[in-house]
Design a protein around this ligand. Sequence first.
Ligand code: SF4
Length: 430
Amino acid sequence: MMMPAGSVFIQNFGCRVNQAEAFDWAAEFHDKGWILEAEPARSALIVVNSCTLTSRADRDVRRFIRKVARENPRARIVVTGCLAERDPEGLNAMPGVWKVVPNADKPALPARCFENGLGRVSGFAAPSDPPGSYRARALVKVQDGCDMACAFCVIPSVRGRSASRPVKAVLSRIEGLVSSGYHEIILSGIHLCSYGRDLNPRSSLLELLTRIEALSGEFRVRLSSLDPRLLPFPFLDFLASSRRVVPHFHLSFQHGSDRILKAMGRESTAGGYRDLAGRFVRLSPEACLGSDFIVGFPGETERDFEATAALLEETPLAYAHVFSFSARPGTKAAEDRAVEPAKVKSRAVILRRLSGEKNLAYRRRFSGRMLPGIVIQRKPGGLEILTSNYLEVIVPDGRQPEGAAVLVRIATVGERSTTGEICDNETGRP
Ligand code: SF4
């Protein structure tokens, strides 16, 4: 029986790839006349796209499911994603959970819901506008899975081998999104730098980006995480000279001690990271470089940690995402002796403080400057703009719609916030 129009809320946990999958589902539900709700309490269907990168992610997913089952007992909850891959029985036994969908079946998730004749829940008010997150920027998943085997990482066991979307399919998806008005496309992948290796004929991220560069239309491309082990210099040259790829590069360094990098099973060195970061900013002096770092990996000494802090401090990184090591079932590092939790906590605090200082210094460089950006959402304090070089700017009296491409002049740079004013794209005047 075909399903009448319904209402759906999609809750994402974790990475950009999860967000890109939800972006595709949202479009499919919308095309079928479903309403994309901004709150789970108003929805007939709640889709939970779970994550299991850390034990904290597991806890947050389960807590969310319990909460929505309590607050909206009539809703049907579908759980998918990496925790669903790792613990389907546990999730299936939770209150309100109607279905657990494995990662491999994710593309068919909406169709599986349509097949089961879910209808609109009666007695609810008219639905709110679809959430801005689906209007501001478009996410395109181009690659899934990972062939690497980092000692701390559970992802290969829940996402499988690296698999790339064919070049033609990616190009036509982007053309469709650009013609429907998107100005920024986020290319996402679990291991983006592996793009194309599994395709026949073989391709590469560089080839894909070169093809995207030649497409018509006013749009820019933002890349999700890049593996520093797979960034040959010609690729850097392309990134620095591209008119589409925004000057924001998130690198997964993970650690600054060669001893720990070896224990993590990552064939790379802090010296190599320094060379790479140096080359990036020589080619693109205003680029925003960021990196992931793990603190508290088993065996990490004070000296190892200081090497990470030094790498963050001494390289032109503008921010760091800091993760405390979390032992994941089935990973090589899971059995190793953990670092004392208090030490892990204090090291994370130190690194986050350092990241804040680096980010403030980076943002101050653009004070008074005009930068291209995208309107992300309307907030109580004004419009939130994300600039190409990854500054979040609040424009107090902005009226532009979500997704609009704008020029923003940086007015004030504070420890926690940056404000600006929208300028006319032609004259540059406010
Ligand atoms: S490269 Fe390493 S950290 Fe990244 S997804 Fe693959 S195994 Fe995990």
